[in-house]
Design a binder for this molecule. Structure first.
Ligand SMILES: Nc1nc2c(c(=O)[nH]1)N[C@H]1C(S)=C(S)[C@@H](COP(=O)(O)OP(=O)(O)OC[C@H]3O[C@@H](n4cnc5c(=O)[nH]c(N)nc54)[C@H](O)[C@@H]3O)O[C@H]1N2
Ligand SMILES: Nc1nc2c(c(=O)[nH]1)N[C@H]1C(S)=C(S)[C@@H](COP(=O)(O)OP(=O)(O)OC[C@H]3O[C@@H](n4cnc5c(=O)[nH]c(N)nc54)[C@H](O)[C@@H]3O)O[C@H]1N2
Ligand code: SF4
Ligand SMILES: [Mo]
Length: 683
């Protein structure tokens, strides 16, 4: 049979690059970059190029599995769906609907997320629905909603090529968003200045004009120092502030206490450098602030986002082409899973569950009584397992690896009356399930993903799922019907029409309009061609608002017992909990084993050599990994990625939460290091 070539979207990160999947004899045999794609234009990173390798892996789940004692037994869908429905109903009948929780997923399509939250909200009259955005850009959603009225990236990826200055804060885009980094390098070729603020000398920092290796968790002092200098030197955009922003007096009052010298003392960067960087940003005609997990994954994550937005508004660098604030979205569809109401406080389109008008609208549309009480967040649901939460339905998330203080998470998972995990592999989390539902992966389904620049894009089915596995869409419809709801949907396009009828910003989105280049929301009607940048004449909230950032230093700082800072994150060849990339032979060739970076001077003091087995110990647990001696980390700091099940970084991390967004402080905790030899303590 001739090979077929099917255009679709990369299943990994929020850049949303265009893939062409090559199919032979019903199997995906290769990936090619899509030259016509509006974002990636014929380029892909290493993960995209090899995204076919996990699709037909022998480990794929092929039938529903039910737990019998300590083992799993294969069952049919005709048994699995009634079992799931019966158990969830029993929990709701015994303990009330608020005892049921659901985690939807940034890996799944918009239509699947819409159906998931609709199912939970309708069947159990609860708003206990959340997903990994909580661990990621929840502070962006909360912080930018307050300052600008919208938690989305303000501009388009291609705008970065036109910025004279890019301030990259807490983003290792060269490894995490390589195609977006390419746009920034296009600007550099035209003479733009890249300034990187990151405690680690990342790949991005190494190639930047300036690198500010700040002390962990001190972004607010640094940004406050910059703003203080900008105001003192009269470099702020007075006209913009007068016409478009409120709260300037309060911001100035706050800056009174942040002299550049005080900021310097706190963040560890010299005062002259702070002034210099502030001037470069403020004086550039067009300047972008690009940020990611180094800003959000802190106990003051939301305040960090406030500080970022304040700086952009202070200099009037928002609301037009090439400038703007760019929170780089992580997962392929994390923008969409938030947009679709996969959050405990909002319906689709960020319409508040506590807003009576919104509640009325969704009650009418869905013909059900809905709860006006905001639900629990992901971190609260896992923490409340066996207490407030008795049964949990997890679609495409792996909290047994991705949540902080994993030992505690595992204990919580065992306390549930009923746990359903719907995944493509038997994950660390699925091993705790009572019922495992086998799902189709990206190459096996149709739907839409929304990328980091708010672009709805079409995912097109290329092959059939393995064995009895079904698309999440179909599973959700079966379960909803099993629960007595009426989900009559045959094609995701019908769900998109329902979404469009309920959310004004997506009103013009239809499957047939996405064929060529997708559509960037807001897209209010079918004549509208989408929106490249937000806040043009006015902010989504009307006026922009300077919010005073409340600085709190990291919760756990190094001390005598635990003398190192631990920083956790990513590396280019692997993705998150490794379920997909670690099943790719090519990506494994790049890196197969866990490691931790330690500074040469620290290593020498501890007698640690390259490749030595070391134990990293925090107040919550320990892991054994291999030492990588590197000047990428500062003295007194350790970095380890969280991709490896045999050395789970999240055994170490601190579950302390940002009080506003409830994100954990993944980026800072205190650890000590011991030299091996050790037995590998993989679980
Ligand atoms: N290869 C690969 N790409 C991915 C992913 C993946 O797993 N693998 N995941 C995707 C997802 S979901 C996300 S959210 C993104 C994340 O993308 P990034 O945020 O770029 O990735 P991280 O490595 O988590 O962290 C970014 C940087 O924050 C820095 N940092 C730590 N503490 C601080 C601090 O206090 N201040 C500042 N300014 N910086 C700090 C770290 O040193 C690190 O360089 O990547 C997406 N892309
Ligand atoms: N220490 C530390 N921890 C972190 C972070 C950090 O920087 N440091 N970062 C946090 C961040 S930003 C994020 S986003 C989270 C990510 O946390 P998770 O979302 O839990 O991690 P993933 O590995 O992406 O999990 C996705 C799951 O979906 C499955 N899957 C993939 N496609 C499909 C599909 O189409 N259908 C179904 N049903 N399943 C599918 C995969 O096999 C996998 O098990 O981790 C967080 N945890
Ligand atoms: S940059 Fe992201 S979307 Fe693009 S190919 Fe790489 S992982 Fe896929
Ligand atoms: Mo993320």
């Amino acid at each position: 049979m001739n090979p077929e070539f099917i255009k679709t979207i990369c299943p990994y990160c929020g850049t949303g690059c265009g893939l062409i999947v090559k199919v032979e004899n019903g199997k995906v045999v290769g990936i090619y970059p899509d030259r016509e794609h509006p974002v990636s234009r014929g380029t892909l990173c290493i993960k995209g190029w090899f995204a076919h390798e996990f699709v037909h892996h022998p480990d794929r789940l092929k039938t529903p599995l039910v737990r019998i004692g300590n083992r799993f037994e294969a069952i049919s869908w005709d048994e699995a769906i009634p079992l799931a429905a019966e158990k969830l109903k029993a929990t709701a009948e015994t303990y009330g609907g608020d005892a049921v929780g659901g985690l939807c997923s940034a890996k799944c399509t918009n239509e699947e997320n819409y159906l998931f939250q609709k199912l939970i909200r309708m069947a159990f009259r609860t708003n206990n629905v959340d997903h990994c955005a909580r661990l990621c850009h929840a502070p962006t959603a909360a912080g930018m909603a307050q300052t600008t009225g919208s938690g989305a990236m303000t501009n388009s990826i291609s705008d970065l090529a036109g910025a004279e200055c890019s301030l990259i804060i807490g983003s290792n885009a060269a490894e995490s968003h390589p195609i977006i980094m390419g746009e920034i390098y296009k600007a550099v070729d035209r003479g733009a200045t890249v300034i990187v603020i990151d405690p680690r000398k990342t790949a991005v920092a190494q190639n930047a004009a300036m690198h500010l290796p700040i002390n962990p968790g001190t972004d607010i002092p640094l940004l406050a120092g910059m703003m203080r200098h900008i105001v003192d030197a009269g470099l702020h955009d007075e006209a913009f502030i007068r016409e478009r922003v409120e709260g300037f007096e309060e911001l100035k009052n706050f800056l009174q206490s942040w002299t550049v010298e005080r900021a310097a003392g706190e963040c560890g960067i010299g005062g002259d450098m702070i002034r210099n960087v502030a001037e470069i940003y403020a004086k550039a005609r067009e300047a972008a602030i690009v940020y990611c997990m180094g800003i959000t994954q802190h106990a003051c994550g939301t305040a960090n986002v406030h500080a970022v937005c304040d700086l952009a508004m202070l200099c009037g660098k928002i609301g037009r082409e090439f400038s703007g604030v760019y929170p780089l979205r992580g997962q392929n569809n994390v923008q969409g899973s938030c947009d679709m109401g996969g959050l405990p406080n909002v319906y689709p389109g960020y319409q508040g569950v506590t807003d009576p008008a919104a509640q009325e609208k969704f009650q009418q549309a869905w013909e059900r009584d809905l709860s006006a009480k905001p639900g629990l967040t992901l971190t609260e649901m896992i923490g409340g397992a066996g207490k407030e939460i008795r049964s949990l339905y997890i679609m495409a998330e792996n909290p047994a690896m991705s949540d902080p203080d994993v030992n505690h998470v595992l204990e919580s998972l065992t306390k549930l009356d009923f746990l359903i995990v719907q995944d493509i592999f038997l994950t660390e989390t699925a091993k705790f399930a009572h019922l495992v539902l086998p799902a189709a992966c990206f190459a096996e389904k149709t739907g839409t993903y929304t990328n980091t620049e708010r672009r709805f894009q079409l995912l097109r089915q290329a092959v059939e799922p393995p064995g009895e596995a079904k698309g999440d869409f179909e599973i959700l419809c079966l379960l909803a019907n099993g629960l007595g709801l009426d989900f009559p949907y045959i094609h995701p396009g019908e769900v998109m029409e329902e979404i469009a009828s309920l959310v004004p910003d997506y009103g013009g989105v239809r499957f047939d309009r996405l064929e060529r280049a997708g559509l960037q929301w807001p897209c209010p009607d079918t004549y509208h061609s989408g929106t490249r940048y937000l806040h043009e004449h006015k902010f989504t909230r009307g006026k922009g608002l300077f919010v005073t950032p409340q600085y709190t230093p990291p919760f756990e700082k190094p001390d005598e017992a635990y003398p190192y800072y631990l920083n956790t994150g990513r590396m280019f060849a692997h993705y998150h909990t490794g379920t997909m990339t670690r099943r790719s032979p090519f990506l494994n060739r790049e890196l197969e084993k866990p490691y931790a970076e330690i500074h040469p001077e620290d290593a020498e003091k501890a007698g640690i050599r390259e490749g030595d087995r070391i134990r990293i110990i925090s107040r919550r647990g320990s892991i054994v990994t291999a030492a990588r001696i590197s000047e990428r980390v500062a003295k007194g700091s350790i970095f380890t990625p969280f991709h490896f099940t045999e050395a789970r970084a999240n055994i170490l991390t601190n579950p302390v939460l940002d009080p506003i967004s409830k994100i954990p402080e993944f980026k800072v905790c205190a650890v000590k290091v011991e030299k091996g030899p050790y037995e590998n303590q993989g679980r």
